[in-house]
Design a protein around this ligand. Sequence first.
Ligand SMILES: Nc1ncnc2c1ncn2[C@@H]1O[C@H](COP(=O)(O)OP(=O)(O)O)[C@@H](O)[C@H]1O
Ligand SMILES: O=C(O)C1=C[C@@H](OP(=O)(O)O)[C@@H](O)[C@H](O)C1
Ligand SMILES: [Mg+2]
Length: 169
Amino acid sequence: MNNIVLTGMPGAGKSTIGVLLAKVLGYKFIDADILIQNSQGMLLREIIAKYGDDGFLKIENDVNKGITDQHAVIATGGSAVYCTDAMEKYMAEDTVIYINLPYEEIANRLGNIKRRGVVLKDGQTLKDLYNERTKLYEKYCHINIKAEGLGIEELLDSVAGMIIVRRDL
Ligand SMILES: Nc1ncnc2c1ncn2[C@@H]1O[C@H](COP(=O)(O)OP(=O)(O)O)[C@@H](O)[C@H]1O
Ligand SMILES: O=C(O)C1=C[C@@H](OP(=O)(O)O)[C@@H](O)[C@H](O)C1
Ligand SMILES: [Mg+2]
């Protein structure tokens, strides 16, 4: 097993869990969103405003594909699931974990999603986005964690447990 890659909707807790998981496993922690910001010297929402959704996704694909670290927990951004090359590389080389939450729980966590910077087409609602992405998160994962109602520590235990089971297979 190489890297652990966390995917899921914005607000699912990828970044929060990722850093804690890295400590538990003794791995490095990489937040792909921070790599994207550093690569452009701009905030995510500024990159989206400047280059549009497609331009942002190209940068996101390149940044994720370009990660060469090993033994790292990688928190991807929610839109990484559209980055086909990067997701295929992650699926081939790493363990991809989808943090799967019901729509209502995501909606409650995301107040102003525009401020965070989300790849959302004009007229598309959060619900539309959730439905569109769910199929992709399910396609590009090795482990689908049902995280409904789990607090941070409970989710951490669940994810770490699944990784240990998979290692033992
Ligand atoms: N298991 C959890 N239960 C409740 N709130 C959580 C949980 N995990 C994360 N959060 C909260 O949800 C918000 C989004 O978390 P974040 O880690 O930034 O998500 P992501 O990286 O998936 O977008 C934060 O306010 C965080 O504190
Ligand atoms: O889902 C999205 O469209 C996005 C999620 C963000 O990351 P988080 O999932 O960590 O919030 C970030 O990559 C970018 O602003 C786009
Ligand atoms: Mg994040």
